[in-house]
Ligand binder design. Structure first.
Ligand SMILES: NC(=O)c1ccc[n+]([C@@H]2O[C@H](COP(=O)([O-])OP(=O)(O)OC[C@H]3O[C@@H](n4cnc5c(N)ncnc54)[C@H](OP(=O)(O)O)[C@@H]3O)[C@@H](O)[C@H]2O)c1
Length: 327
């Protein structure tokens, strides 16, 4: 099949593009910037189109002959942009993608949302019916695109929403890399109790979910939380990372509230000067927002089974970090 992956050079997008190509599909990747990653995708055999999901002309051009759309492109880690940028890319971009997909007669549209639409889970583990309470502008705009996807489904474009938990694995330039780096230094400062729940998702498990959602009739008009089998307290997660790296780690505890306040102040001060703040609210949320989910619905409807567990996933990630010279 011919499959369009937006955000195909991103962390998850790359893993997805590789698996689709290995499976014999033809892949078009739409991405924002030309660079080493887009060149790498081309060497694998993907067609890469450079442009924005907010550009109607580019989006229409990408859709030619496409049967399945996997929409992952998102404003995600950008800190020095106004909130309206998140709306433009995450909501406006998804709207354009859906309209172009309908026009092109696409058979299935898979929208990559986030578990973050549920914010802090008051009664873990949460499910798809847990309250929608995004904690920041990124999560809010990811959620605002969901009704557009459901509306497109009602209008005849079979569409599925996946809400991944915290994605990690080889190729992750950000989140787990920071945990790995600190643990590798032998000391991980823990703000708060360390008992906050965290639900990881190994990138290959998420790719499995995308492949399952491609199948005709599966999950249309539904949203699915996608995560690994197990969730952990963050202190336990840090210890598992130490085990994967083969190091011992000290975990001194500090109060979390001063860091919360500092995160807000840093963000406010840095934003007008377009400086990346050293700490900011979304980073601090890691220490205090419970993220633990049931994945029963995805198991039941999509046949989802997370194949890679935490120790295996962390070991593969640790090896990748070392191979790439990050540690
Ligand atoms: N990482 C997580 O833990 C997590 C958890 C839940 C959900 N998600 C969702 O999963 C998806 C993939 O996440 P990820 O971690 O793999 O993110 P990522 O590495 O940041 O990838 C996002 C990709 O989207 C591209 N992009 C951004 N704006 C674009 C635009 N206007 N037009 C075209 N492409 C654009 C980026 O291109 P450039 O790099 O060139 O800017 C990047 O390649 C996202 O939809 C995210 O919201 C992620």
């Amino acid at each position: 099949m011919k499959i369009l992956v937006t955000g195909g050079t991103g962390f998850t997008g790359k893993a997805l593009v590789k698996r689709l190509l290995d499976g014999g599909h033809s892949v078009v990747a739409l991405d924002y910037k030309e660079g080493l990653k887009s060149q790498e995708l081309r060497t694998w055999g993907a067609q890469v189109i450079i442009g924005s999901v907010t550009d109607a002309g580019v989006v229409e051009r990408c859709m030619s002959g496409v049967e399945i759309v996997m929409h992952l492109a998102a404003a995600f880690r950008e800190l020095n942009v106004p909130n309206s940028y998140y709306t433009e890319v995450n909501v406006g971009g998804t709207r354009l993608m859906l309209a172009a997909a309908r026009k092109a007669g696409v058979r299935k549209f898979i929208y990559c949302s986030t578990c973050g639409v549920h914010g802090n889970i008051a009664h873990p583990p949460g499910g798809e019916d847990s309250p929608i309470q995004p904690a920041d502008y990124y999560q809010q705009t990811k959620y605002e695109a969901e009704p557009l996807v459901l509306e497109a489904n009602r209008q005849g474009l079979p569409s599925v929403i996946l809400r991944p938990a915290a994605i990690y694995g080889p190729g992750d330039p950000e989140r787990f890399m920071m945990i790995f780096k600190r643990v590798a230094r032998g000391r991980f400062p823990m703000f708060g109790s360390g008992r906050t729940l965290y639900h990881p998702l190994y990138v290959d498990n998420l790719v499995d979910a995308f492949l399952l959602a491609m199948e005709p009739g599966k999950g249309d008009g539904q949203a699915y939380l996608i995560a690994d089998e197990d969730y952990f307290e963050i202190e336990e997660l840090v210890r598992r990372v130490a085990k994967a790296l083969g190091v011992t780690v000290r975990i001194p505890h500090y109060p979390v509230w001063p860091v919360v306040v500092a995160g807000h102040i840093c963000e406010k001060i840095c934003k007008p000067f377009k400086i990346t703040p050293p700490i900011f609210p979304r980073r601090v949320d890691w220490y205090r927002q419970n993220r633990a989910f049931k994945i029963d619905k995805a198991k039941r409807d999509l046949g989802y089974r997370p194949r890679v567990g935490i120790d295996e996933g962390l070991k593969a990630t640790a090896e990748w970090c070392r191979r790439e010279g990050y540690l």
